[in-house]
Design a binder for this molecule. Structure first.
Ligand SMILES: [Zn+2]
Length: 80
């Protein structure tokens, strides 16, 4: 059973941002490759079960501002 997580679209549409409860951060995946099962980006927490299971994303639509900020985007880069 592969976990299904919500993936938010980045403003440029190139990435999906997915919240990882084990790393307590957003992982970024290329949107073009995010339809199938993904290899987890859990480099901060190798004990994350996602390392073994991977996960699938469902499209959660455009990322809200707070998601973008939590994912490391800055208001300066968003305004550009
Ligand atoms: Zn993770």
């Amino acid at each position: 059973m592969i976990p299904i997580l919500s993936g938010y679209s980045s403003p440029d549409g190139k990435y999906h941002l997915v919240w990882c409860q084990y790393c307590t951060k957003y992982h970024r995946h290329h949107a073009r490759r995010s339809s199938g099962p993904l290899q987890a980006h859990c480099v901060d927490n190798r004990r994350s079960p996602y390392v073994i299971s991977g996960y699938r994303l469902i499209d959660a639509g455009p990322a809200p501002l707070q998601v973008l900020l939590d994912a490391g985007y800055t208001t300066g880069s968003l305004a550009a």
